[in-house]
Write a protein of this length. Structure first.
Length: 271
């Protein structure tokens, strides 16, 4: 039980670089929740505790049906924890592993709903910075939710938690400006979502190399192959929408994630 004997851990569901995720039962409110526990070797580190606290504060502001809700956070002895909504379903990563390539209508529908959720966060000055298939949750009843605002930061706020040369996010999905440690806004999340859509539709990531550093660096001076060169049945207009999101320069992308969502809408499956 952790913390304060209120949350009964039932099953470990994920292990990340900063924390371990559990499905748990909230005995006070009699509901299933997700509990994220900061790794013990990090709990004593003041900077990591602060980063974890910021995740909770930032995410708790985002009351949106497309974003996983945050319920509680705190510290209890050696445990630093975050309690959040539990989504009964699978991740986009699990679906992509199982099926390889997704139906264009399904990919566009998921992408549209994620883009609307991200735009909601961006309008409130928050950038996710780690948009990837593992952080997109697909509920059994049709919900699509963006999870893990674990390295979210206030736009333009520079702190010691983001040091020069540090790339926050997964190498396969980070935007060029994150690789270069340049200013980051919501268009970086748009680029990452473009990478997710590209992989969902084509069955392969936009860039591949022998190391994560090389994968990240490729996007600085290379363009990915057009989607239709890998999958001819992708509509040309949908190819254009995704490839625009993957433009190297933020100014060449869609103006914002809402514009991306609206551009995806014509191909989104209603179910």
């Amino acid at each position: 039980r952790v913390p304060s004997a209120r949350y009964l851990r039932e099953e470990r569901i994920a292990i990340g670089g900063m924390a371990t995720g559990w499905r748990a039962h909230d005995e006070k409110l009699a509901r299933t929740v997700g509990v994220k526990l900061l790794h013990k070797h990090l709990s004593s580190d003041r900077d990591f505790r602060e980063r974890f606290r910021r995740e909770a504060v930032a995410a708790a502001k985002l009351a949106h049906p497309g974003i996983v809700g945050v319920y509680d956070t705190g510290r209890d002895g050696e445990w630093v924890y975050l309690v959040m909504e539990f989504v009964h379903g699978v991740t986009m990563r699990e679906v992509m592993v199982q099926y390889g390539r997704l139906d264009a209508g399904l990919a566009a529908s998921v992408g549209m709903r994620v883009a609307f959720a991200l735009d909601f966060a961006h309008e409130r000055g928050l950038v996710h910075r780690d948009v990837k298939p593992a952080n997109i949750l697909l509920g059994h009843e049709g919900a699509v939710k963006m999870g893990d605002f674990g390295i979210v930061k206030i736009e333009h706020a520079r702190t010691e938690l983001t040091k020069t040369g540090m790339v926050l996010g997964t190498a396969a999905y980070v935007a060029p400006e994150q690789v270069e440690d340049s200013a980051v806004d919501g268009r970086a999340d748009q680029y990452s979502l473009g990478c997710v859509l590209y992989e969902a539709l084509s069955g392969q990531q936009p860039f591949s190399a022998a190391s994560t550093v090389a994968i990240a660096a490729q996007r600085l001076d290379h363009e990915p192959l057009a989607l239709r060169s890998l999958r001819a049945d992708v509509p040309r207009e949908l190819d254009d929408v995704v490839m625009r999101a993957l433009a190297r320069s933020p100014s060449d992308r869609h103006p914002n994630c809402r514009a991306l969502a609206e551009a995806l809408e014509p191909w989104a499956r209603e179910d």
